[in-house]
Design a protein around this ligand. Structure first.
Ligand code: BES
Ligand code: ZN
Length: 640
C-alpha cells in the first residue's frame, strides 16, 4: 500500500539527521540562516533517480557563482563555491554535471582536491565525485560547454532589436547541471548568490534579488550581483542577458524586456500586481519579496517558467487583450506550489504542476470572474480527456504519481499532471467545500514552506487535516485512486456544462451548414474561439478551410494560440495555402508546445507533409533552444 510508506522527515531538531551537524558545528553561521537549511527526505518515494547526488552523505547548502559571459565563445566560465553539509565521516561529495569542463577543485585554503568524472548516462549527465576530506567548502573552476543544454545563445537577428546578442537559460527539469556544478535535484535546496560579468551594453537578470547597482569594470564590461537567501531547488536558478529595459508595474511587480517590446509587454501584464494580491488572499503571503517578469525572445522553449522573483515568459502570450494571462497566473502560483513546496523528485511533478494549474484558475476567477475561469477549466478538462484517450485509460502514465521509469516530465505532455492534477484538486474542493479546502491548502503551503514534498505526504496531510477520521468522507474522496491509479476515478467533478453552451451550439450548426458564424465569432472570447476550433470536424476539404479562414481571419490572427490551433487543423488536412503561414510561424517561434505538434502534423501527412517538415526544420533547427530541438528531433529526425 502506497499510503503506508510514511516519509521520514529529517527535521532541523532531529539530532540524528545530517542537519544536526549544522546545528552543532556551525558557530559561524547566524541562527536565522541555519533555520533556513531545509530538511531532506529519506523515504524511498522521495529519492531522485535523475540525480547522482547522495544527500544523505554530503549535500550542498549554498552556491556562490562568479562567472563571465562570453558571447563569442558561447561559454560561461569562472568559479562556483559550494558550502557543504556532510556526515562527520564523509570523505566525498557527489555532484551532477552535464558536459562541464572542470579544471580545478580547491578547498578553503586553496589546496587542490582530487575529483573524478564518471561515465555519461543518457538524460542524466555525469557524476562528479570530489574527495573533500575535512573540507566543508569547495571552489570549482570550470566552464560550461558552448552547447550546454540549459543555455541558449541568440544571435542579434533572433532578437526584437536585432543589434545585441542574448542569452537565456531554462533549468527545469535537469538542465542546470550543464552550466552549474552542484547537486541538481529538487529535494536538495540551496541558497545561492552570483556575480556575473557581461559586455556593455547588456543587462543581466537572474532569479534572485539584485544586490547594488551594476559595477563598471572599465574594460567594456559590467558586473551584476544577485542574492537568493532562501533555500531553493537548483532547477530554479536562471539567467538572462540582453539589451533589456525595465518598467515598474506596481509596488513589488515589474517587467523586463527588450526596449521595443516594453509598451506591449507592460500593457499585457498590467494586472500583475492584482494577481499577486489575489494569490495572497487565497493562500497566504508572497514570500519572495519582488515579483518581476522577463518577456523573452520567441525562441524561449516554454510558455513560462516560474523562476523565483523573475518569471520567464514567451512573447507569444501577448495577444493585445490580456486573454492569455492565465499563463502569468500560473507562473505566479508556482511561487507557492513548486517554489515554496517542491516535488521531492520528478515522479511527483503533479504536486508542482497540478496544484499550480488549480491555483492558476482560482486567480483567474478572482481577477476576471467565474465565467472566464469556468471556460478555462473546461478547456483544461478537455485536454485531460484527450490525454486519457490518447494514452488509454489503463496506461500507467495516466496516474498522477508517475512510476520512476517514466522519466522526467519535460512539460510536453500536460494533460495528466497539469489537467488531471487540477481536476483532482477541484474534485476535492467540491466534496469538502471551498472554505475547508482553501484553509487546508493554505496550511499545506505554510507547513511545508521551503521544503520538498511527496504524494504520500500530501495524502497523509489531507487525511490528518481534512478527512480527520471521517470514514464516509475518506471513501467519497477516492484519494488513492486519484494519485496512484491510471484513468479517471468515478467521483470526478466536471466543469459546468453551461461554460461553452453557446459555442458548442454554434459548432453544431457549423457542422451542419458548413458556414461559420463570423458575427458570433467576433463577439467570442479567446477561450470560446479555441473551443470552437476544437469542435470543428477534424476532416475538412480545401474549400471549407478557405471559407473558415477568410470569414474568421484565422491566418491573420495576432493571437498565437488561435493561430496555432488553425495551423494544426489546416496541416492535418493538407491545406497548401497554410504552408507559408506555418513556415513563418515555425521560423519565428520556438515554443515547444506549438512547434512540436505542427511538425508532427506535417510528418503524419506522408508524402505531402514530410518533405515540408524536413525542409523547414533544416532551416529552423539552429534557432531553437536545445529543449525544442530535442522534442522536434524525436518527431522529424535530425536534419542532414
Ligand atoms: N514549470 C513549467 C515549465 C516546465 C515544465 C519546464 C516541465 C520544464 C519541465 C511552467 O510552469 C509551465 O507549466 N509552463 C506552461 C504554462 C501553462 C500551463 C500555463 C507552458 O510553458 O506552456
Ligand atoms: Zn507550471
Amino acid at each position: 500500500m502506497r499510503a503506508a510508506l510514511k516519509p521520514l522527515l529529517l527535521s532541523v531538531s532531529l539530532p540524528l539527521s545530517l542537519l544536526a551537524v549544522a546545528c552543532s558545528g556551525s558557530a559561524d553561521k547566524p541562527a536565522a540562516e541555519e533555520a533556513m537549511v531545509s530538511p531532506i527526505l529519506t523515504s524511498e518515494d522521495a529519492k531522485d533517480p535523475a540525480s547522482f547526488a547522495q544527500p544523505e552523505v554530503a549535500r550542498v547548502t549554498h552556491v556562490a557563482l562568479d562567472l563571465a559571459l562570453d558571447f563569442a565563445a558561447k561559454t560561461v566560465s569562472g568559479t562556483a563555491k559550494l558550502d557543504i553539509l556532510a556526515k562527520p565521516d564523509a570523505d566525498t561529495i557527489v555532484l551532477d554535471s552535464n558536459g562541464l569542463k572542470i579544471s580545478k577543485i580547491t578547498d578553503e585554503s586553496g589546496a587542490q582536491l582530487p575529483f573524478t568524472i564518471g561515465d555519461k548516462v543518457e538524460g542524466k549527465g555525469e557524476p562528479v565525485t570530489v574527495t573533500i576530506g575535512k573540507a566543508r567548502a569547495i571552489t570549482i573552476a570550470y566552464s560550461a560547454a558552448p552547447d550546454a543544454e540549459a543555455l541558449q545563445w541568440l544571435a542579434p537577428q533572433q532578437t526584437a532589436g536585432g543589434k545585441q546578442p542574448y542569452l537565456l537559460s531554462q533549468g527545469q527539469a535537469t538542465l542546470n547541471r550543464s552550466w552549474i556544478p552542484t547537486q541538481d535535484s529538487p529535494g536538495i535546496r540551496q541558497s545561492w548568490e552570483a556575480r556575473i560579468t557581461a559586455p556593455k551594453p547588456l543587462t543581466v537578470v537572474m532569479s534572485a534579488l539584485r544586490v547594488g547597482e551594476p559595477e563598471d569594470l572599465g574594460d567594456n564590461r559590467r558586473a551584476f550581483r544577485f542574492r537568493m537567501d532562501k533555500p531553493v531547488a537548483p532547477y530554479l536558478i536562471a539567467i538572462a542577458a540582453g539589451d533589456l529595459a525595465y518598467r515598474e508595474l506596481g509596488p513589488r511587480t515589474g517587467v523586463w524586456t527588450e526596449p521595443s517590446m516594453l509598451d506591449a509587454a507592460a500593457a499585457e501584464l498590467s494586472d500583475t500586481e492584482k494577481m499577486v494580491e489575489a494569490a495572497e488572499k487565497l493562500y497566504g503571503p508572497y514570500r519572495w519579496g519582488r515579483y518581476e517578469m522577463i518577456v523573452l525572445p520567441p525562441s524561449f522553449p516554454y510558455g513560462g517558467m516560474e523562476n523565483p522573483t523573475m518569471t520567464f515568459l514567451t512573447p507569444t502570450f501577448i495577444a493585445g487583450d490580456r486573454s492569455l494571462t492565465g499563463l502569468v497566473a500560473h507562473e505566479l502560483a508556482h511561487s507557492w506550489s513548486g517554489n515554496l513546496v517542491t516535488n521531492a523528485n520528478w515522479s511527483d511533478s503533479w504536486l508542482n504542476e497540478g496544484i499550480t494549474s488549480y491555483f492558476e484558475n482560482r486567480i483567474v476567477e478572482e481577477l476576471y470572474g467565474t465565467r472566464r475561469a469556468q471556460q478555462e477549466a473546461a478547456l483544461s478538462y478537455a485536454e485531460m480527456e484527450k490525454a486519457l484517450a490518447e494514452a488509454g485509460k489503463d496506461a500507467p502514465i495516466t496516474a498522477l504519481h508517475l512510476p520512476p521509469a517514466e522519466g522526467v516530465p519535460d512539460g510536453g505532455s500536460s494533460g495528466i499532471i497539469y489537467d488531471k492534477g487540477a481536476t483532482f484538486m477541484r474534485t476535492v474542493e467540491s466534496i469538502v467545500g471551498r472554505q475547508k479546502f482553501d484553509a487546508w491548502l493554505r496550511n499545506w503551503f505554510d507547513k511545508h514552506a521551503f521544503q520538498p514534498a511527496t504524494s504520500a505526504m500530501l495524502l497523509a496531510d489531507m487525511r490528518a487535516n481534512l478527512v480527520k477520521g471521517d470514514e464516509a468522507l475518506e471513501k467519497k474522496l477516492m484519494l488513492e485512486d486519484w494519485i496512484y491509479k491510471p484513468g479517471l476515478p468515478s467521483n470526478v467533478v466536471q466543469p459546468p456544462a453551461s461554460a461553452f453552451a453557446d459555442v458548442d451550439k454554434a459548432a453544431e450548426a457549423y457542422r451542419a451548414s458548413g458556414t461559420p458564424d463570423a458575427k458570433a465569432w467576433g463577439a467570442w472570447t479567446t477561450a470560446e474561439r479555441l473551443r470552437f476550433l476544437s469542435k470543428v470536424p477534424a476532416k475538412l476539404d480545401a474549400a471549407k478551410l478557405a471559407a473558415l479562414d477568410s470569414s474568421l481571419g484565422l491566418s491573420q490572427s495576432g493571437n498565437k494560440e488561435i493561430l496555432f490551433a488553425w495551423l494544426e487543423l489546416a496541416l492535418n488536412n493538407r491545406y497548401d495555402p497554410a504552408v507559408p503561414v506555418a513556415e513563418k510561424f515555425l521560423s519565428s517561434v520556438g515554443r515547444t508546445k506549438f512547434v512540436k505538434p505542427l511538425y508532427a502534423a506535417l510528418m503524419k501527412q506522408g508524402s505531402w507533409g514530410q518533405p515540408i517538415a524536413k525542409r523547414v526544420y533544416a532551416k529552423t533547427r539552429s534557432g531553437y533552444h536545445a529543449v525544442t530541438q530535442g522534442a522536434v528531433d524525436a518527431v522529424v529526425g535530425k536534419p542532414g
